[in-house]
Design a protein around this ligand. Structure first.
Ligand code: MG
Ligand code: MG
Length: 256
């Protein structure tokens, strides 16, 4: 899945608004984390997200996105589901599940985009390792988000970290620029070569999102046309932050 969308630099005032959108998105994450218990439905998580968004005068850019239009405000993807799971009142969390939640906040015309994965109750050692590696891979990518580096430096850092722990990165879904639109240029894959790709410059805002699979890099899409699962049914995880490139250290936008 590749695109050639425009890269739109943001000025400090725009980045300040995006920081607020990101803060709201982090609040949504916090509300959902508190609900991750056996018996809670994925529709319950979606309702909790909508409540937080409404309280902040924000809406989700996910709702109505794409074709068929995505029906909910968050995506909830469990175990072998990597991304884009559709919330449902029938789908209840179970002890030991690994849940990935992706949320977007549209506030004052700008998008905050971030995702996390977490266990429900007690999870296996393998699942915990997958969580730790995926979250740390995101940090490895963020550490490369310096002006003068290339997107390939970010991609390679994520890929090398994940593969050094014996897991796989998806080739089909990528990180991306974010701003007034949820998906802008540049694309930032979770694999690549240092020194290649787009030069990072101050004012770029990019959503980095390692999507990691235990047994394969291959995925397939279910009949609902949204839910992406690992091709071999193996466990998956996903972490994402929206990050601004500056003259100095990168700014993490999607934190409290
Ligand atoms: Mg996202
Ligand atoms: Mg994203």
């Amino acid at each position: 899945m590749s695109w050639d969308r425009q890269i739109i630099l943001k000025n400090p005032a725009e980045i300040a608004i995006m920081r607020e959108a990101g803060r709201v998105n982090a609040s949504v994450h916090a509300a959902i984390r508190e609900l991750l218990q056996p018996g809670v439905s994925t529709a319950d998580l979606d309702a909790a997200a909508e409540e937080v968004l409404r309280k902040h005068g924000a809406v989700s850019p996910f709702k109505g996105y794409g074709y068929p239009p995505f029906p909910n405000s968050i995506t909830v993807s469990i175990n072998e589901e990597l991304v884009h799971g559709i919330p449902s009142a029938k789908r209840k969390l179970q002890e030991g599940d690994l849940v990935s939640v992706d949320c977007g906040t549209l506030l004052e015309g700008y998008v905050g985009d971030s995702a996390f994965s977490a266990g429900v109750g007690k999870i296996s050692a393998r699942a915990q390792k997958l969580l730790d590696v995926t979250e740390q891979a995101l940090q490895q990518g963020i550490a490369k988000m310096h002006s003068g580096n290339h997107t390939g430096d970010v991609s390679a850092a994520i890929q090398q970290y994940v593969e050094s722990h014996g897991f796989f990165v998806t080739r089909e879904y990528t990180g991306h620029g974010v701003g007034r639109n949820m998906h802008e240029g540049p694309q930032v894959p979770n694999y690549g070569k240092p020194g290649t790709g787009v030069l990072l410059r101050p004012g770029m805002v990019i959503a980095l999102e390692p999507m990691v699979l235990v047994g394969t890099s291959r995925t397939k899409v279910l009949a609902d046309k949204w839910t992406v699962v690992s091709a071999d049914g193996s466990l998956t995880a996903h972490f994402e932050h929206s990050v601004a490139v500056t003259e100095g250290e990168p700014i993490l936008l999607t934190v409290l």
